[in-house]
Ligand binder design. Sequence first.
Ligand code: TEU
Ligand code: CA
Length: 608
Amino acid sequence: MRGQSGISLRTVAGILALVLISAASYAQTAQRAKPAVAHGASAASERDWWKNAVIYEIYPRSFQDSNGDGIGDLNGITERLDYLQQLGVDAIWLTPINPSPQVDFGYDVSDYRAIDPQYGTLADFDRLVAEANKRHIRVILDMVMNHTSDKHAWFVASRSSLTNPYRDWYVWRDGKGETATDKGAPPNNWQSTFGHAAWQWDETTRQYYYHNFYVQQPDLNWNNPKVHEAFKDILRFWLDRGVAGFRFDAISTLYEDPSLADEAEIKDKDGKPILNVFGDVRLDSSKTRNLPGVHTVMQEMRAAMDTFNPNAWPGTRVLIGETFARNAAELNQLYGSADKPEFHLPMDLQVLPAEMQTGSARLDVAQLRKNLTDAETGIGSNIPLLVFDNHDRPRLDMRYGDGVHDVDIQKALATVLLMSRGAALFYYGDEIGMKTTPPTRKEDVKDPVGLVGWPENKGRDGERTPMQWEGTAKAGFTSGDPWLPVPPSVSTINVKTEASDPNSLLGWYKALIQLKKTNPVLAQGANVMLDTDNTKVLSWMRQNKGAPVVLVSVNVTAEPQTVSLKLPCAGVCEWKLKTLAKSPGAVAPLTPERIELGPYGVFIGEAE
Ligand code: TEU
Ligand code: CA
């Protein structure tokens, strides 16, 4: 049956149905995007929540399994939200949960608008966000923009032919000296972070493609404006579902030098090339790291984020960067400017860098004081985000533990992290002192880089073992076979045991997070280093005009130490000291002039 305009009524009905469906889904999206109840918080506190935030990194695969397949999942995280609320965190950052072949455990994304079935469904995700919101916990997602999985539809199309519209979404080049029958050599000497050449030959179209990470993670070409638009849409998809922000992955490697020039080899003092852990000659990364293009991208992405109302839950949608800035000046640039802002919180991973983990440099107080001063004063009025640990590096215990004072050492480090000005991010399990437990046999290795680098580099499995909820064989993590073995330390290091011990590391984290959230001087006060010639004890104060000063003293040695802190004051000052927190070895001092600390002891007090 045809209407006047020759269009069948069936078509009209079809169009009408489409309109209704899209209207309904828009309404639902709009409904979802409508902020939940603002929990009585003020507009200002929602807008500024990130400036004093405590952010908790969850590796979903290892946090809590809810369906017995030995793999952590979204419903498992939802089951554990009460624990996170009691811990006092403001936000949880989930490492990738999108569909992925799991070569790099989610950092090889094959669909940016869905949830990997191993972790659940979009409905499970929406429920996690809703349940987290009820507990005033914000959800931050990982956003992997440097590369996709080689199974992503974009790359499948891109590699199908030289003329496919997606060809230029990735970095393809001819080989050097290539002929019709010979692929020639890779275009240059660039290397993968995960070992060996960063160029992979593709026989179908007889070109190489670039991958800064695994072969299965082809780099996107950010010189292509279509890539920018695609990711702005992806951000909006998740922002509409109520996420409070993103952690942008591997942002330092987004751009490569278009000249494709070789990188310089790093040589030792005798001019001999230095090899890395994979046996490759180390290069200076000058053509593949921290290129200027990243600022333009970040300004665009920030503009997309800022279109959401910052005054109502979840407040300002924040951009966190996995940034490997080489110094405070370079880090400062990643915040952008007032009129062209970039990240809210580019990670500062330099306060406890790899160089401070061994020998005499281990926990060097003078170096730590300098790094903290840079972090706190080298970025203008911007807010630091201190990050000491994550899913890519050995846990704090392996890097700084001494086998005797492990808990006190981690209490000392947690004090530096949580009592400094700005936001703090820590990794699941650090609050109970979980230990890096690497695989003991090559055949047990799950993280491919551990297979390439074995035995010098066992990969990152060791810092990704199941969360230790209780002292049982499966740690309360799963009823099935855990994807990584539960470490033997579970018998003493677990939430249940530590929750009943006020002197536990867990108790310390809870107390300091509570202090940070409730003491206005700790929330906004300036960071001022004290006793700056002391090479054994790190002391600083937090101060706000007109409010009592908060003093922090951390003994970074295994020997008892006594410090005398001279607080700035006009005229004669009789300081009265109130203890806010102290580790068992510290004496409750009466005045700042005499603070006695045990091995790795901590004192936190209010002076007025
Ligand atoms: O890491 C980026 C990065 O630089 C790390 O690969 C780090 O240099 C390396 O892991 C040190 O061993 C991000 C993610 O955090 C990491 O888990 C991913 O493997 C990587 O990007 C690729 O997405
Ligand atoms: Ca790249």
